[in-house]
Design a protein around this ligand. Structure first.
Ligand code: G6P
Length: 612
């Protein structure tokens, strides 16, 4: 969603803010703005990317040591200069940046209109800054109190930062439902939507909780109060992220860097959790909940987007290994359909960002019905791990490219470890099968490394199909979610229409689309339903479709009938998604590059969707 960064300290704010915006641009990139306080509030904002903002302010006065900045992903009001943040209050004494949605903005706006407030934008954010100003003046209270009172009237989600001309050493930040991290440096303080703009200055951070307000005054210690005026102690956490993890490191795009990081990220995900010599799989974060999971009547996996696809892989793994029935739900559907949730259900919530609004709301619903909630998240300290009963971090490192790659394979890795751990404890897997899988799992990072060697072959195929208007992706069993994920990746970054289907289901509809123009990507590795998938390929060939097949090294049967063949190393059937996904990520990446698309910031998308 939107990116927020703010600074107060001895240094010039502008260079820190603009660099912070570049680091946060993956969160939203339709407009950007900055406000610096130095006597007056100097506010500059413009439609477009951060680069456009930087060009726009080149000859402007950006002197000052306190300021706020924002990069936007539009919710209320189209992306234009007026709707860009920051927003001034009527008197121009206050400026605000905001991430989230004020749901009762229309009522508040009407009331403010009758009181003579003039609106310069169509945003819900402007309503909030006027409301704060109105309360401050009419109730004759200081700014902190006015923010508290205003936020008590607000329904919805927010992460905000405010500066005031009348109190030039003060930054006020508050959150509900949208993340905010406060970086504590030497006599300087940073506020941001995530740690990426902060990490190069300090490793000491405080995560703001819902309905908390941070009062950040130059030269003073951070104070935190709730919107109900209860004092809170700020707890300092140590960031473990390094600067190199959030830079491109020689790659053209973050997405490519993140694809190539997968041997490492999968390895990091398993580190300390998988010990093949002793035959142990142990996820420390769920140890206290193993009995609960083992005895669960049902597991419900909730997630959105790519994480939902990982959940589908998890369904196969848990059912196959732990013999527990699994349902996989879109969080957005689950939360609004009065689902049957029982106390001995275990809910697994999967999220890269740990901030997805629908997933958070679904968790709250399941929690209120007594279910045990286990989180699988990538961003340490984010909202989901803080609201779940237990969970495991994926440790994939920061994922900056909007299209998720390494987070997906890390989620699948955790699900594999979790299913194995539970199966072992439950006795639903034979010892020999258990050892067979964990030994194979240990080899996955090196096999991913080997899989990445298909890159040149993929570039050749991408050149042939870059102008296709549609793609079909087919897979069966565990490779069905892989097909869905492959199609999603292509859609997201190349804007080519793509659909993923269970291969056998193709004849119930998509087969009507197949002609000589239609590329069909089939994941046809040599396990389980191999013979069946060969029949599905024949069905496509009979209608002149072009087959791009992902096969197991040394495969002959598919090679004879497919138009193009990409080999991946042989592995256990249950681990194939960890390898088969890689060529599909590369295919969508290269097609998008050849089409001149913006890889890391595809149109209309946001990395972390903190609104429903
Ligand atoms: C957005 C991102 C996707 C991601 C989805 C769920 O749509 O663009 O890449 O899969 O949100 O996000 P989460 O952080 O919960 O995994």
């Amino acid at each position: 969603m939107c990116g927020i960064v703010a600074y107060v300290g001895p240094k010039q704010a502008y260079p820190i803010l603009i660099k912070g915006l570049y680091r946060l641009e993956y969160r939203g990139y339709d407009s950007a703005g900055i406000a610096i306080l130095n006597g007056d509030i100097k506010l500059y904002k413009t439609k477009g990317k951060v680069l456009e903002l930087e060009n726009f302010v080149k000859d402007k006065d950006v002197e000052g040591t306190i300021g706020i900045a924002h990069t936007r992903w539009a919710t209320h009001g189209e992306p234009n200069d007026a709707n860009a943040h920051p927003h001034f209050s009527n008197s121009k004494k206050l400026a605000i940046i905001h991430n989230g949605i004020i749901e009762n903005y229309a009522t508040l706006r009407e009331e403010l209109l009758t009181r003579g407030y003039v609106f310069r934008s169509n945003t819900d954010t402007e309503v909030l800054v006027h409301l704060i100003e109105d309360i401050r003046i009419n109730e004759k209270v200081d700014l902190v109190k006015a923010v508290q009172l205003a936020l008590n009237q607000v329904i919805g989600a927010y992460a905000i930062v405010i500066i005031s001309k009348e109190d030039p050493d003060l930054l006020i930040a508050a959150r509900k439902g949208s993340p905010l991290v406060i970086g504590i440096g030497e006599n300087e303080t940073f506020v941001a939507s995530d740690a990426t703009p902060i990490v190069e200055y300090t490793k000491n951070v405080v995560y703001l909780n819902d309905e908390e307000i941070a009062i950040i005054r130059r030269g003073e210690k951070l104070k935190i109060k709730t919107i109900k005026d209860i004092n809170k102690t700020p707890y300092i956490h140590k960031l473990e992220v390094n600067l190199s993890a959030i830079e491109k490191g020689g790659f053209d795009h973050f997405m490519l860097k993140e694809i190539y990081e997968q041997p490492r990220s999968i390895g990091d995900c398993m580190r300390g959790r998988l010990n093949t010599e002793q035959g142990i799989v142990s996820l420390g974060g769920i140890l206290d909940y193993v009995e609960r999971i083992k005895n669960a009547e049902r597991i419900i996996i909730i997630a959105c987007g790519t994480s939902w696809h990982a959940g589908l892989v998890g369904e196969y793994l848990f059912e196959e290994l732990a013999r527990i029935p699994v349902e996989v739900e879109y969080a957005s559907e689950f939360r609004y359909r009065n689902p049957v949730i029982r106390e001995n259900d275990v809910v697994i919530a999967i999220s890269q960002s740990g901030e997805t609004a629908d997933t958070l709301a679904a968790i709250e619903l399941a929690k209120s019905k007594g279910a045990t909630i286990i989180g699988i998240c990538n961003v340490v300290g984010s909202s989901i791990p803080r609201t779940t009963h237990a969970g495991s971090y994926t440790h994939a490192g920061p994922e900056i490219g909007v299209a998720s790659t390494k987070a997906f394979t890390a989620q699948v890795t955790i699900l594999t470890l979790m299913a194995l751990m539970i199966a072992d404890k439950k006795g639903s897997i034979s010892k020999s099968r258990y050892h067979q899988i964990i030994n194979e799992l240990e080899m996955i990072p090196s096999k991913v490394e080997k899989t990445l060697k298909v890159n040149d072959e993929i570039i050749r195929i991408a050149k042939l199909f870059k102008d296709s208007r549609n793609f079909l992706y087919l897979g069966r069993g565990l490779n069905f979610p892989v097909a869905l994920e492959g199609a999603l990746k292509l859609k997201e970054i190349s804007y080519i229409h793509a659909e993923g289907y269970p291969a056998a289901e193709m004849k119930h509809g998509p087969i009507a689309l197949i002609d000589e123009e239609m590329p069909v990507v089939v994941i046809a590795t040599n396990q389980g339903v191999y013979e069946k998938i060969i029949s599905n390929i024949e069905e496509v060939k009979a209608r002149k479709g072009k087959i791009i097949a992902i096969v197991t090294e040394g495969d002959k049967s598919v090679r004879n009938i497919a138009d193009y063949v990409i080999e991946i190393p042989d592995t256990d059937e249950l681990l194939v998604p960890l390898l088969a996904t890689i060529p599909l990520q590369l295919l969508s990446y290269h097609i998008a590059v050849l089409r001149g698309c913006n890889i890391d910031q595809p149109r209309n998308l946001a990395k972390s969707v903190t609104v429903e």
